[in-house]
Write a protein that binds this ligand. Structure first.
Ligand code: DNO
Length: 391
């Protein structure tokens, strides 16, 4: 697979020159300064593309071209937003950038409660604690009916956390769940917003009454509208699975399982409608068995995220080292290398280690570099197996 790396543009402290030295071949990025819903012009795309190419790299994948909320909840401005989206896809196609990752998660993108969960060796990783999440949902957000979504044990622990918390603990939890993990991926809330919980509540309101079936229909509507431009320019769309792969905060989530993936691939059965096989997101769901899923969906996979989770008691999960966890990256690499050796792949997330500090959550330098080295070694071994006819 092509070794790519998520880079956050010219302001990223990790420079393209650094990435070349560690063996990166392609860049995954976005026009992060353009507000969601606005058109990406050819000029702006060419400008960033030229900058990447001047460093001897290529812009392989867009992650993400964000799908505005009104497209997901079918608000009155949805057709205007979809036509802007189509224009951005056409402009990307004209510039030769042909793989576009997006997600269809309502209100909130990926979710973690702890961004620095310590390991005994002194490193830290991302972590999801169900009781902390229930504490946020029931006591801080105070979402109506939230209590019904958690077990009595989790609720009891959430109440205990609330009783013992300082205002700083509350602020940190809000920051972790809806601010620090969202702004840099062009989510709905950024560090500049001074009432994140208020904004969050009003976004949730937009989805009142929207069922899983409604959300599926809205995804079908969106995909049907964008497929013609994808066909015209040879652009491959690849939806990122929901992270974690389950409904949250009373919101439906529709890219969580093999059944969901089958549904959206069949709903708009076009080779340009594909999947980002995010091994990390999928492995956080006990219902997902990744190796058979990779076999089943490899031919419609346009982008791969390599990462692995371990599921812990009580609904908690932790991001495991890339050589461990339940995702079985070696076997996934075998499947994807055999199906399409040019498929773009990036390591996803990394531990914080060796002085990694101040990076976007999950996007450390040393931690991701270690992961890339590990995955690069696995890929070399697998290519050797293929060459020698062993697999
Ligand atoms: C988090 C990422 C997600 C992903 C988007 C794609 O680390 O995996 O934010 O980029 O969901 O649209």
């Amino acid at each position: 697979m092509e070794k790519t790396w998520r880079w956050f543009g010219r302001k990223d402290r990790i420079t393209l020159e650094m990435l070349r030295q560690i063996g990166v071949e392609g860049i995954v990025t976005a026009l992060h300064d353009i507000p969601n819903g606005e058109v990406w012009s050819v000029e702006a795309i060419e400008d960033l593309k030229g900058y990447i190419e001047a460093a001897g790299l290529r812009w392989s994948v867009v992650e993400s071209l964000p799908v505005s909320e009104a497209i997901k909840y079918a608000g009155p401005e949805r057709d205007t937003l979809i036509s802007n989206y189509i224009q951005s896809l056409a402009n990307l196609g004209k510039c030769g950038i042909k793989t576009v990752c997006y997600n269809f998660m309502p209100v909130i993108d990926w979710i973690r409660t702890d961004l620095e969960h310590p390991w005994p060796d002194g490193t830290t990783s991302l972590y999801f604690d169900m009781a902390e999440f229930a504490w946020f949902d029931t006591c801080i957000l105070q979402r109506e009916g939230a209590g019904a979504d958690y077990s009595p044990e989790v609720l009891q622990r959430a109440q205990q956390l609330d009783a013992e918390a300082t205002p700083e603990d509350r602020r940190r939890l809000v920051d972790n769940i809806i601010v620090k993990t969202q702004g840099f991926v062009n989510g709905n809330i950024s560090e500049k917003d001074n009432d994140p919980v208020g904004i969050f509540r009003s976004l949730l309101e937009k989805y009142r009454g929207i069922t899983k079936e409604n959300l599926r229909e809205n995804m079908r509507y969106f995909l049907s509208a964008v497929m013609p431009v994808c066909e015209e320019y040879g652009v491959n769309m690849c939806v990122h699975p929901d992270d974690p792969p389950m409904p949250v905060l009373g919101l439906p989530r529709i890219v969580t399982s093999a059944e969901d993936i089958d549904w959206f691939l069949g709903a708009v059965d076009n080779p340009h409608n594909g999947l980002t096989f995010c091994a990390g997101s999928l492995s956080a769901g006990a219902h997902n068995d990744l190796v058979p899923m990779a076999r089943r969906f490899a031919s419609r996979t346009h982008f791969v995220h390599l990462r692995s989770c371990d599921i812990l008691p009580g609904g908690n999960f932790i991001e495991a080292p890339h050589t461990a966890g339940r995702a079985n990256l070696v076997e996934l690499i075998r499947i994807f290398e055999k199906t399409n050796p040019t498929l773009p792949m990036r390591v996803d997330h990394g531990k914080n280690m060796l002085g990694d500090e101040g990076y976007n959550a999950g996007y450390s330098f040393h931690g991701r570099m270690l992961a890339l080295g590990q995955v690069d070694g696995m890929m070399a071994a697998v290519r050797n197996e293929i060459k020698n006819g062993l697999i």
